[in-house]
Design a protein around this ligand. Structure first.
Ligand code: ADP
Length: 650
């Protein structure tokens, strides 16, 4: 009972201390391993995005430079002698495409309608005449987050008013420095049109704009509602040219977003009102054209269509190394075509970058975009990390499980041994007490002469001798076991007839056994059975088997010993009709201290040393002991000894 209880305690301990922590660890490990791929990609996206943010601000600065360069290179006398002045302007700046001059009333002065027109000039007039003369409006692009700045800031302040009271310039500036203060283009976006209230100071305005941009970028719900408002007001929203997202798993790709730049129709005079010069993007036949304009002191306007090729060249020069082992960087035009593509005729889908950013309201639909140089390389890097982690988890799991099992087994064995030793002491004391009680009883009877019958007296004496022998055997067992453990057991071997030896031994035990109600038989079918052996040790082996046959006999009190043989073995069978040994215990009963029933309430007491000692002795004589269940019930313990010639006898 006790043994079972402590084993189940150990099992519970094993489950609680090893299995459950192992499983929890396993689950945590598997979950984080599965996220590894997404994590690697996300890290990559963040790094590349930071590069794009920087690139976008470089390009915006370049747009300012282009505007300033065109304004400063424009000759002052352009209205007095247009032809020479414009030719000189064109010669000074490669950015000048088709130049034009307008009177303060927006009448076209140049290209001169009276003179002969070049193809470019004709095309220019064809597409732009109505717009520059103020007759037709064109879509003007504005950053929606800046346009709805006040609404965005107000919405975000409502839920956590207190926390937001103090502005966080650091955070806001960091969140999206792309569309900074200088991006609220006065040349395209007159402030009074945007409906933004005049802020108190420049710093406050900067903070408000950064906050609006950052909130707009981070909150999809806010984006949706702001776009909704814009549409309700009749402002034009458009999808972006690209859909960026996960390169490793296209199914995770984000839905194509709306462009941050929305448009509203405005006329030339509305656009230029209140400004000195500026850039106007126009889509002509779905191609982006940039117009530069500058107000003259007389109120007229001079300007030009910017040379597309020269302008593109300027932007391309801004790109750092286009190819790195990790990513490819490029600028995409309004149709999603790269300004520079790889030499090897890259067949990639340019509209599906890993990360992309819109550039400016002065370059609507243009994007800077980055692609993985080799998506497979990232996938295989993720796979390699995952594999390594799996192997690590596997080995850790095995190590914990086997370590835990080993410790638990050792613990169980130690506990078992400790318990066996305690039982052993109790059992041995009890075993010593039984023969001592019998000897004392017979000795007292003889001393008090209570039995006058000499035959009975003789029998009592034999019983006393037999009990003493039993005592000796028991003590010998314990002493021998100790000696064997220390490897000090010595045998004094000589040639002897083991059949004869055992016949004498059985006869010696007969009186006692019969007194205890046993029927004893001895049969020798072999005749002489000579071996080289230690007489006392061999006697001890058989005595142990006989003692067991007696102890485990139950009601059927019969012990049969027979000696048979094969060509090379002597077989001594000790048979009883007792309780037998359960099949799963037949090996264990030969282990030290092992007892089939080890409970304190066991009917039969014993030390658990009888069989192991007998086995050791027989093995030391080159033989073995086997257990067989006896037909009709009971046990057969068979000693097998190697047969030797008669010459062994001394
Ligand atoms: P013990 O002192 O307990 O008898 P042993 O080493 O002699 O120690 O025997 C080990 C166990 O083998 C016993 O506890 C008993 O369960 C079983 N056993 C030995 N001999 C017999 C037998 N003749 N019949 C049934 N069981 C036996």
């Amino acid at each position: 009972m006790k043994r079972k209880r402590s084993t189940s305690h150990l099992r519970l301990l094993f489950v609680l201390a090893v299995i459950i922590p192992c499983l929890v660890l396993g689950v945590i490990a598997i979950r984080s391993i599965n996220r590894e791929e997404a994590f690697i990609e996300m890290r990559l996206q963040r790094t590349i995005d930071a590069e794009l943010v920087h690139l976008v601000s470089l390009m915006n600065a370049e747009l300012d430079r282009v505007r300033e360069e065109l304004a400063s290179s424009l000759p002052g006398d352009v209205f007095s002698s247009p032809q020479d002045a414009l030719r000189g302007w064109k010669a000074r700046s490669e950015l000048v495409g088709v130049p034009f001059l307008l009177s303060p009333e927006l009448k076209i002065i140049w290209p001169s309608l009276s003179g002969a027109l070049s193809d470019d000039e004709r095309a220019f007039l064809n597409w732009n005449r109505e717009f520059i003369t103020g007759q037709a409006p064109i879509p003007v692009y504005q950053n929606i987050a800046l346009l709805y700045r006040d609404e965005i800031v107000r919405t975000q302040e409502i839920p956590d008013k207190k926390a937001e009271d103090a502005p966080e310039p650091g955070k806001a500036a960091e969140a999206s420095p792309v569309f900074g203060l200088d991006r609220a283009r006065p040349d395209v976006l007159p402030e009074e049109k945007s409906g933004i209230k005049e802020p108190k100071t420049q710093i406050e305005e900067f903070q408000a704009q950064q906050k609006a941009l950052s909130e707009f970028e981070q909150s999809p719900a806010l984006r949706r509602s702001v776009y909704e408002q814009a549409r309700e007001k009749g402002q034009q929203t458009a999808p972006r040219t690209v859909a960026s997202g996960s390169a490793l798993s296209p199914e995770k790709r984000s839905v194509q977003q709306e462009s941050i730049f929305i448009s509203e129709p405005q006329r030339f005079n509305e656009i230029t009102k209140g400004h000195e010069n500026g850039l106007i993007p126009r889509f002509i036949q779905d191609e982006l054209t940039l117009l530069f304009w500058k107000r003259d002191s007389s109120g007229g306007f001079s300007g030009c269509v910017i040379n597309g090729e020269a302008f593109r060249g300027r932007l391309v020069n801004l790109l750092p190394s286009v190819y790195s082992p990790v990513r490819i960087l490029t600028i995409l035009d309004e149709n999603g075509r790269p300004l520079i593509a790889s030499d090897d005729n890259d067949k990639r889908d340019w509209r599906r970058p890993l990360v992309a950013r819109e550039i400016s309201e002065r370059l609507p639909r243009w994007e800077v975009a980055a692609y993985l140089s080799s998506p497979d390389a990232v996938a295989s890097r993720a796979n390699l990390t995952v594999l390594i982690l799996w192997i690590l988890v596997f080995f850790l799991f095995i190590a914990i499980a086997s370590g835990g099992t080993y410790i638990l087994n050792t613990l169980r064995n130690e506990m078992l041994l400790a318990r066996q030793k305690t039982t052993f002491v109790a059992n041995v004391s009890h075993e010593l007490k039984t023969p001592l009680t019998s000897i004392r009883m017979f000795a007292e009877m003889l001393k008090e002469r209570r039995q006058p019958d000499p035959e009975k007296q003789e029998k009592y004496l034999s019983l006393m001798v037999s009990e003493t022998e039993r005592l000796t055997r028991l003590i010998n067992n314990v002493l021998d076991f100790a000696r064997m453990e220390r490897g000090e057991r010595k045998y004094e071997k000589r040639g002897l007839d083991v059949a004869l030896l055992y016949e004498g031994l059985v006869e010696g035990q007969r009186v006692r056994l019969e007194h205890n109600g046993f029927e004893v038989t001895f049969q020798n079918d072999l005749g002489e059975a000579f071996i080289e052996g230690d007489e006392e040790a061999l006697k001890q082996a058989l005595l142990n088997l006989l003692s067991n046959a007696e102890k485990y006999s139950g009601e059927a009190r019969k012990v049969d010993v027979d000696v048979t043989g094969t060509a090379d073995s002597i077989l001594i069978n000790v048979k009883d009709r007792g309780i037998g040994v359960p099949p799963r215990e037949t090996k264990k009963i030969f282990e030290e201290f092992y007892r089939a029933d080890d409970s304190p309430t066991a009917k039969v007491r014993g030390s658990g040393l009888g069989l192991p000692i007998a086995l050791r002795i027989v093995r030391d004589h080159g033989g073995d002991i086997h257990y067989f269940p006896r037909e009709g019930g009971g046990s057969v313990f068979q000693i097998r000894l190697p047969r030797q010639g008669r010459q062994g006898r001394t």
